[in-house]
Design a protein around this ligand. Sequence first.
Ligand code: TLP
Length: 344
Amino acid sequence: MKPIDLRSDTVTLPTPAMREAMYRAELGDDVFGEDPTVNHLQEMAAERMGKEAALLVVSGTMANLVSVLTHCGRGDGIILGDQSHILLNEGGGSAALGGAYLRVVPTLPDGKLDPQVIERAIPVPDIHHPRIKLVCLENTHNYCGGTVLDARYTASIADLAHRHGLSLHVDGARIFNAALALGVPARDLAAPADSIMFCLSKGLSCPVGSVICGSSEFINEARRMRKMVGGGMRQAGVLAAAGIVALEHMVDRLQEDHDNARFLAQGVAEIPGLKVDLSSVQTNIVFFDFVAKHMTVDQFVGGMWEQGVWMMALGPSRIRAVAHYGIEKGDIEQALRVMRRVLG
Ligand code: TLP
């Protein structure tokens, strides 16, 4: 039986329409800017985010790294949250490869950073102080449970940053999930940001790819940084073709994932030994706590694994499950049955 893989929306496989489009894609050398399919995807992405230009890169990690390298020189600082993906899950690339100084502030439970804390983290110009150049937000916020940041909040942080001569980058790996949950176009959420990246290879189901969007000037420089980190691709239209299908056909279906995540969370709330904050379940990600005493979280997740339901244990008591393309409501019902059975 096919496992019900709820570990991440990164496990999604390309749709038949994507495979067909990849097969038929018109190609060229994208390092020369001559791949028509890449160019088309980038134009579409820029339009969706309301920015002048866009750049296809291989991954969300590379999108954030290239954005950081474009905003910051060595020793320049970034203000970011202690639960942000850039800080926790990107191999320390901003520091290791970019030489960036990371000024870490607490991430609030809803994924926001407190504006007053950001303000206090920006030093006055002085030779003793690092020069802070960038604030990073994450929307939706992965480790806060897929929570959304609305346009008003993002604009307030952008205003604050700009007042101090800083830029704002949004890790919008799942920005279309945020837009759907808020009932606004993604470009409204992107508007305050100087740069935003989104992933094609998560809920949108592409095999590979993320896109950075910003001003033409920013993207020209980002193109240079992408080359520097070895991310200049040649006939990348085979990947971009899937991205075009994703933007055309996979955005609206995300509601199904949000519905499945809520259905899962509601089921989890009724299982003794598990605890979930339903208010944090806003998109396709469900975090819940394992509070049962008769087994460990690893035994629980391992037991589910053996019965074909795959989730991710993150820490001593937290578990993450993510709804995505390929997961149906019946799979969630089965997952809930298995959870009850394993807990005994
Ligand atoms: N997140 C992955 C893991 O790395 C945790 C996942 O399974 O959720 N920004 C955010 C907010 C992300 O959640 C991720 C991936 C990335 C960036 C990086 O994207 P990739 O995996 O394409 O490098």
